[in-house]
Design a protein around this ligand. Structure first.
Ligand code: PLP
Length: 498
């Protein structure tokens, strides 16, 4: 291999390796030092924290940075080479790689395509199948209203005017008067956040984020060149530490802040009304754009739960608070429809910038969403979805309590995710062992900045009783393999692979 895209220095690699053990106590049996080092590097590559094709430090330099022997590093590199995670050229150096046939790692979430479901229980994706019959009906009705659009070129960079109005009306009905000019329809919430980052975050600029936060958005911001400034969730990770937010906004003066105030992903926490008011006020005085991701907002699971006012009600004009919404969790991710609510001039700038990305969202999908909102299908489907998700959540909680009783978590009142502390074991190692046992879970560090949350995994409320029972049993086996210091990587017995 003559080409490499980046290099990781000895001190940097030592720091990354150290972050893997933070928050997780070692298992009862420790593997030999060279094996632990090889496993650590492999996990960093698999989680995308060390890029593929990055040059690793020379053995002597890494040995010095880790205060270990050169033989240990040489043996670790040899093990990585034989497992396909390292490629070396005599006299030139060593580069990270992944074995042929392995998917390339990412730092966001990489859910399996649905057709892989037979061999693997995928708990990587917090989204549910479409609620029927509402999906089919909405498309049938949408087809009936397509004809007038067929005579146009079909590019609506701000979204179909009728859908913008319907979405605006929903905010008005929630108590925040909104005009259609304050709405832009996007390709999912991710399309919305991407457009917002493009507009507000220059390379090297700061963005304040919750710690933990939604993995894909963190990665999107990293790739946009943002410097992420994490603010830890307070109260055993279940709330917003407003004093800390105020201080970070004041001291770091971030261009942008990103929060998921409604059933936060991954913790499921719900910000109270006063926290919302104060977050908006802190952003306004720091001159920071506060992006509020409401993707999970419709998924209140406890009957009678009193939902606080939307964060945008504390900045209805929408020049400080920019709200992101989506049909993905409340209805179906396959629609790929999201939206932004902001001040008309912010919307105009976002729309102008869209010319360089996707030009607009599909017309038929927008019409299907419109039909759902107009004919009551949205609300009916949502009622059914809430019941299903609550049932899934309760089954997951019961299965975890049975199979991994030492895992700790707070049961959220809404949303789609549970954030579990993995009994002092490394979440990354459990995730890796789980993958080989036929259950995929994303490990904690994907939701953190700089390797935080090693002692956690995220679990979604997407599977019913039978599946979560099997998944929890596999996770318990994975945890015991990790606790015993047994092989989790290439040496794991193939018989364990489901
Ligand atoms: C907080 C949050 N934002 C955005 C998304 C992605 O949404 P979409 O499918 O609309 O792009 C998710 C999906 O899990 C999410 O949890």
């Amino acid at each position: 291999m003559g080409q490499w895209t980046s290099a990781v220095g000895a001190a940097q690699l030592a720091q990354l390796l150290a972050s893997q053990s933070a928050g997780a106590t070692p298992g009862s049996r420790r593997p030999p030092a060279y094996r632990a080092l090889a496993d650590g590097v492999r996990l960093l590559v698999l989680e995308g924290r060390v890029p593929v094709a990055a040059r690793l430090p020379a053995e002597r330099e890494l040995a010095a940075a880790l205060a270990t022997s050169r033989t240990t590093v040489a043996s670790a590199y040899e093990a990585l080479r034989s497992e396909g995670f390292l490629t070396s050229r005599r006299g030139a150096g060593s580069w990270t790689s992944v074995p042929a046939g392995n998917p390339l790692p990412t730092r966001g979430l990489d859910p399996l395509p649905p057709d892989a479901a037979e061999s693997m229980i995928d708990l990587g994706c917090a989204a549910l199948p479409a609620p029927e019959p509402w999906l089919t009906r909405s498309f049938q009705e949408a087809l009936g209203s397509l004809a007038p659009y067929a005579h146009t070129h079909g590019d609506y960079p701000a979204g179909l005017p009728v859908l913008r109005r319907a979405l605006a009306d929903r905010y008005s009905a929630r108590g925040v008067p909104t005009m259609p000019e304050q709405i832009m329809v996007t390709t999912g919430a991710m399309g919305a956040v991407a457009a917002i980052c493009h507009l507000f975050v220059g390379r090297g600029e700061r963005v304040t984020v919750e710690a933990p936060s939604y993995a894909n958005v963190l990665q999107l911001m990293r790739e946009a060149g943002a410097r992420l400034v994490p603010v830890a969730m307070a109260g055993r990770l279940a709330g917003w530490d407003i004093a800390a937010w105020r201080q970070v906004m004041r001291d770091a003066a971030p261009s942008m802040a990103y929060v998921v105030a409604d059933f936060h992903n991954p913790t499921g926490a719900l910000a109270g009304e006063d926290q919302r008011r104060q977050l908006a006020a802190a952003a306004r005085s720091a001159g920071t754009v506060l992006v509020v991701d409401e993707t999970m907002a419709d998924l209140a699971l406890e009957p009678g739960l009193d939902m606080p006012r939307p964060v945008c009600s504390f900045d209805p004009a929408g020049s400080t608070v920019v709200t992101v919404g989506s049909a993905s969790k409340a209805f179906w991710a396959g629609l790929r429809i999201g939206w932004v609510r902001a001040a008309p001039d912010v919307i105009r700038s976002l729309v102008a910038a869209r010319a360089y990305t996707d030009l607009g969202s599909p017309v038929l999908e927008q019409l299907a969403l419109l039909r759902l909102l107009e004919n009551g299908g949205w609300d009916a489907a949502l009622d059914a979805r809430r019941l299903q998700v609550r049932d899934n959540r309760d089954c997951l909680v019961a299965a975890l309590r049975r199979h991994v009783p030492d895992w700790e978590f707070t049961v959220p009142d809404g949303g789609l995710t549970l954030w579990a502390r993995t009994g002092g074991l490394s979440g990354s190692r459990i995730a890796e062992a789980g993958e080989r046992l036929g259950v995929r879970v994303p490990s904690g560090p994907r939701f953190g900045v700089d390797g935080a949350f090693e002692g956690f995994v995220r679990l979604p409320f997407t599977a019913g009783a039978a599946l979560v029972e099997t998944a929890a049993a596999r996770l318990a086996t994975a945890a015991s393999i990790v606790a015993e210091g047994g092989p989790v990587g290439a040496d794991m017995p193939a018989g364990l692979i489901a």
